[in-house]
Design a binder for this molecule. Structure first.
Ligand SMILES: Nc1ncnc2c1ncn2[C@@H]1O[C@H](COP(=O)(O)OP(=O)(O)OP(=O)(O)O)[C@@H](O)[C@H]1O
Length: 410
């Protein structure tokens, strides 16, 4: 009999029956015989069962099913896969609640539904590689093996990008920096920062640089033919604070660029007569044009984040008072930024207990209270709540993500 143990004082509490597991596994495999690599067959997926008795298959499937509380006008997963125009899904929430697992599972589900999909991590502490059990580091597109349609992953590595930036700055006396930033779609910022000491700037990176790099990648998605094939793009975002900075950065850059342009205009009108005599007028105009183009791109990114037709932010949480409160604040901030939010995943829910496990019963009671809090929260009650169960193995690799995705996304 397989068992799942909480701290040793409670170790007698939680058990899952091997029979139950094998039923779940057999059902899973009968539907998806091809996708499992050999070693996976030896693994079993179990939902924590608080009962010591073996449940019949039908009961098991009730436990396996996630529960979606309908919110008015929010359709299920079918609506997420309908249409071949590109859609963006951003998943975010408090640290450790299951953002990466839910995002990776969604990406696998999209790819298995026929959508060439890209999953991007903008969390400086990446865990996509761990989630897919594949090395996805390096800052380039990496194909993920397993799904029916192409699935690529990209971990944006702000520290590595900053390092590259710093070393080119040092090696080439600054000239290589422009090429690097051009590659990131941010070349014009270098022109603007030209007179600043970049080396010093990067030793103490200004707040928002990580997000600027992530935004630069978003700009690439919008413009580069390399990314044209993707009809679904899933973002695994950093914990709440970073995400909000990421979302408000286009506004900030747009405003800053606007100010720079205005300032330049003023200086230009004072000096243009002199400069044109010395042949610098054309160069100045060219720089202003580029800045204006960058500003336009920022406007595009901002519009993208707010476009109800193409973008949705999914909040992921767990049933604890702290996580629910943070989700409520996150939704309020996203609303303020006019970012569309429809769904709330409540992850890691314990199933009802049939045993006398006091620890589990108390934990579940707490969780039910938190679920109640969600139902009565003015920010969260309007969202479609997707309840996802706690499983007793780590969700790693495509088969496991497919399994989780089939539970959450329907
Ligand atoms: N429903 C679940 N049942 C069991 N374990 C889960 C479940 N969801 C997530 N986990 C596990 O919880 C851990 C954290 O999950 P994950 O990395 O997806 O969270 P995160 O919110 O992305 O974390 P971070 O904020 O650190 O990036 C992982 O070990 C993952 O396997």
């Amino acid at each position: 009999m397989g068992s799942f143990c909480l701290p040793s004082t409670f170790s007698s509490c939680i058990r899952s029956s091997a029979a139950t597991n094998s039923i779940a596994m057999a059902a899973f495999l009968s539907h998806h015989p091809k996708i499992l690599p050999r070693p996976f067959f030896s693994r079993t997926f179990r939902f924590i069962s608080l009962s010591t008795s073996t449940k019949p298959p039908r009961k098991l499937f009730q436990a396996v099913r996630s529960v979606a509380t309908p919110a008015e006008g929010v359709a299920g997963f079918e609506s997420m896969i309908s249409g071949t125009e590109r859609k963006y899904y951003l998943l975010g929430g408090k640290g450790g609640v299951g953002k990466t697992s839910s995002a990776a599972a969604l990406a696998v589900k999209f790819a298995n539904s026929g959508h060439p999909t890209l999953v991007v991590s903008t969390d400086p502490a990446h865990s996509l590689s761990d989630s897919f059990a594949q090395d996805l580091t390096g800052g380039t597109l990496v194909p993920v093996e397993g799904p029916d349609s192409p699935l690529f992953a990209l971990e944006i590595n702000p520290e590595k990008a900053r390092e590259e930036f710093r070393s080119t700055a040092q090696k080439n006396g600054g000239t290589g920096v422009k090429d690097f930033m051009d590659g990131m779609g941010l070349g014009m910022l270098v022109d603007q920062l030209g007179e600043l000491k970049l080396g010093e700037l990067l030793d103490t990176p200004p707040p928002g640089l990580d997000e600027a790099i992530a935004i630069a990648k978003v700009i690439q998605f919008l413009e580069s033919p390399e990314y044209n094939m993707f009809t679904r793009i899933v973002f695994d975002t950093a914990p709440t604070g970073h995400t909000l900075r990421l979302l408000s950065l286009p506004d900030f850059l747009d405003a800053s660029i606007g100010k720079i342009l205005k300032l330049r205009q003023k200086i230009a009108s004072a000096t243009s007569a002199i400069k044109s005599v010395f042949g610098q007028e054309e160069k100045r105009q060219d720089a202003a044009d580029k800045l204006e183009r960058l500003r336009e791109r920022m406007v595009k990114v901002r519009e993208l984040f707010r476009d109800k037709e193409s973008t949705e932010f999914v909040i992921v949480t767990i049933p604890t008072v702290m996580a629910v409160n943070e989700s409520s604040r996150l939704h309020a901030s996203l609303k303020k930024e006019s970012v569309p939010v429809k769904r709330l995943i409540v992850n890691q829910i314990l199933p009802p207990s049939a045993s006398d496990c006091k620890f589990c019963a108390m934990k579940r009671k707490d969780q039910l209270r938190a679920l109640d809090l969600i139902r009565n929260d003015p920010e969260l009650s309007s969202l479609l709540v997707i309840e996802a169960p706690l499983v007793d193995v780590e969700i790693r690799g495509v088969p496991a993500l497919k399994f989780l995705g089939d539970i959450i996304w329907k």
